[in-house]
Design a protein around this ligand. Structure first.
Ligand SMILES: Cc1ncc(COP(=O)(O)O)c(C=O)c1O
Length: 402
């Protein structure tokens, strides 16, 4: 898989011009990466929650991806990029009747059902409108309890509201109306897995249990949607997921369980490595033996490190002076939670120098809490053909305060 190299000169130009924190997305690198992913055996969908920026969606659309949307907002953003609704499916633990109507009215016809209530509400709307839909059951499997100290954003072995157990989806407990065609099942409980063996072991353990449910429904050539969960290396991690192993495993599972199609809904692995968050250093200081680099931005722009305890990898854009030494990166929020991690940076780091955080193309800006303390929203820019383009300039709080 293509490693990302920092587009240093272009980012320097952008920092000079913009002057305050921003996100940058390398569209050329992204397009090349997506082309490599499309060569695999799975039908690929993009989980829009990872990054709903218009230009990112357009790049995914050009690469032939479908779109997994979890809200009317995501749906409308994808449609606004000219994507045909036949390329869109809806997954998510909340689908109110109003949301389902919104999806149906805009042409979405594939739904991943997460509960019997969702099934009943969708059936009622289909009956009222005469619309036919295709559905997958989202299955939650029980796993031996794992407590490895890692936060699993999808729940892992914990009970979550995502989907129902295979027993609850059994034909004894679930009735499908004539307006619904069952395509198959969806199962996704483990996020951000970097090690191919671990990822494949989860799939291998899930498939026999999913296949039993599919047999009960007597589906020929069913779809199994394995979600996302393919990891990328954050701070302190250097290995990348072995995509060749993933392709081999999917090919084998597809044949072994006679699947019609295997689907993946990629978020992090599709776009994460192609985004950067940049913020200038506002202050350097030392308290109680800890050296702080305090940046102009922080968790209001990039919340993920505070949520997961896993820093983005970071580099100083303007200096390599002096030996590397430990810094704790803090932001502009008046809370100890605004911590972007303990990292090594050059001793020559000064206020006014810029820090560049990598792997920020997924779960960056829209996963954050941009309104807290009424700071300025970061700009979002794209990089392509050696130029940058500002899609949204930085916005002061007066733009959103009522
Ligand atoms: C239903 C669903 N599909 C796909 C994804 C994307 O996961 P990832 O970013 O691990 O690829 C998510 C992420 O939360 C999700 O909830």
């Amino acid at each position: 898989m293509t490693p990302t190299t920092l587009p240093h000169a272009l980012l320097r130009r952008a920092t000079d011009a913009l002057g305050s924190s921003f996100y940058a997305y390398d569209l050329d690198g992204l397009a090349a990466h997506l082309g490599e992913l499309q060569a695999g055996p799975a039908r690929l969908w993009y989980a829009v929650k990872a990054n709903p920026l218009s230009a990112v969606i357009q790049t995914l659309a050009e690469a032939g991806f479908g779109f997994d949307v979890a809200s009317p907002g995501e749906l409308d953003q994808v449609l606004a990029q000219g994507v045909c609704p036949s390329r869109i499916l809806n997954t998510g633990p909340v689908k109110t009747p109003a949301m389902l109507r919104h999806f149906l009215e805009r042409g979405v016809r594939i739904f991943v059902l997460e509960s019997h209530r969702q099934l009943t509400d969708l059936a009622t709307l289909c009956e009222q409108t005469g619309i036919q839909v295709e559905v997958l059951f989202r299955v939650q499997l029980s796993w031996p309890k794992q407590d490895d100290g890692k936060i699993n954003v999808l729940g892992g072995s914990d009970a979550t509201p995502f989907g129902l157990t295979p027993e609850q989806w059994d034909p004894e407990c679930t009735t499908l109306p004539p307006s619904m065609t069952l395509l198959g099942v969806h199962c996704f409980q483990w996020g951000n897995i970097l090690d191919a063996d671990t990822l494949i072991a989860h799939w291998q353990a899930a498939l026999p249990r999913l296949a039993r449910l599919l047999d009960r429904w007597q589906l020929e050539a069913p779809v199994v949607d394995l979600g996302g969960g393919l990891g990328i290396p954050y701070h302190g991690e250097s290995e990348t997921l072995d995509w060749t192993r993933v392709v081999e495993a999917l090919t084998t599972l597809k044949r072994q369980y006679r699947l019609g199609q295997c689907w993946l809904e990629l978020g992090r692995y599709a776009v994460g490595p192609y985004g950067y968050y940049l913020s200038p250093v506002a202050d350097i200081k030392e308290n109680q033996g800890v050296r702080f680099a305090v940046i102009e931005g922080g968790s209001q722009h990039a919340l993920r490190p505070a949520l997961t305890g896993q820093p983005f990898p970071v580099a100083a854009l303007d200096t390599t002076q002096g030996p590397m030494q430990p810094y704790q990166i803090r932001g502009a929020l008046c809370t100890g939670l605004d911590n972007l991690g303990d990292v090594q940076l050059p001793a020559g780091l000064q206020p006014g120098h810029w820090l560049c955080f990598g792997q920020a193309g997924a779960y960056g800006f829209t996963e954050s809490m941009p309104y807290f303390l009424c700071h300025t929203l970061p700009a979002e820019i794209t990089l392509s053909n050696g130029e940058y383009q500002v899609l949204r300039p930085a916005k002061a709080a007066q733009h959103y305060l009522a």
